[in-house]
Design a protein around this ligand. Sequence first.
Ligand SMILES: Cc1cc2nc3c(=O)[nH]c(=O)nc-3n(C[C@H](O)[C@H](O)[C@H](O)COP(=O)(O)OP(=O)(O)OC[C@H]3O[C@@H](n4cnc5c(N)ncnc54)[C@H](O)[C@@H]3O)c2cc1C
Length: 332
Amino acid sequence: MELYDIIIIGAGITGYAGAVYAGRLKLKTLVIGKERGGIIVTTDVIENYPGFKSITGAELAAKVREHAMEYRDNVKFVDDIVERIEKRKGCFIIHTESRKEYRAISVLYATGTKHKKLDVPGEKEFFAKGVHTCGLCDGAFYKDKIVAVVGGSDSAAKEAVLLTQWAKKVYIIYRKEKIRAEPANMEKIDEKIKEGKIEIINNTNIKEIIGDRFVKRVVLDRPYKGSVDFPVNGIFLSVGIIPISDLAHEIGIDVNEKGEIIINRYGETNLPGFFAAGDVTDKAFKQAITGVGDAVSAVYSAYNFTKQRGRDMSMCDGCNRKIDECVRLHNR
Ligand SMILES: Cc1cc2nc3c(=O)[nH]c(=O)nc-3n(C[C@H](O)[C@H](O)[C@H](O)COP(=O)(O)OP(=O)(O)OC[C@H]3O[C@@H](n4cnc5c(N)ncnc54)[C@H](O)[C@@H]3O)c2cc1C
């Protein structure tokens, strides 16, 4: 079984950024992840990543991946999913979906998040038949149709603006009073409201989704223009995210009440050698640039950790030598 200095779990922009630094620091690195680029590839335009006035999410992720590939002597990528992490004395053993096992002295956990659902009748039944989580992926199916974005975050606002490219009308259905878009995105929303392309329905929830083969209407918990019956062809959910932290939690990594991995400013968790970065962590502002920055700090900490381990003569389980020797023997 090969031994890596660091295994990065998650091939999103955070994992890729970690790989760039790990490669430069000459750490023997493996990046494991199937969904290349992660959630950012579902984003149309990014206008707040320093150095790029405007770039698509897919382009940005591809650029960071390409950068990491420059260090291919040290960095390897595998398209796989991690199913289990085993903590051994001095090492982590990573078990994947395709029945492979990899050994590492340190781990960078960068698994991101998944979309929250509404949990209302009809949502499961009509998933991908009118209920979606990605405007960029599925918005074009709604040319000249009526769609609703559910949620009030900046991401929801961006989804709504994007969908106006195709839909004749986009409603934002939000459970609270006022949506929370960045000022620049709020300006875009206001423009679209003036053009009659976007309308916000606030203080309202969807109670049920109804259709035949595809979505036809939703039932609201409050009348809108006199009725709770609201005709709509497509629903784009942007109601929040759930951190994918279970595998880490299973080996004793501390998470907060939201399930986010608790890290310090060095990207360290409560378990030595186990680092985390990006949307899966407890940082307040989840953006591409903050994930990238955290990954860089975490990898630098991992670099110090692996160096220290060598000097401390810690044993790698199953190897029974100094880590440095162990690495050399395993990688021969
Ligand atoms: C609609 C929308 C608009 C946005 N707009 C902006 C913006 O304008 N500017 C900005 O900076 N940010 C924006 N963001 C936020 C930004 O996309 C995220 O903060 C960032 O992409 C998170 O990256 P990540 O790598 O931490 O997580 P993710 O991108 O979620 O990547 C995690 C990766 O880990 C993988 N993974 C999960 N579990 C496993 C496992 N067990 N084994 C292997 N791999 C696994 C996943 O498949 C995924 O590939 C937006 C987000 C959305 C949804």
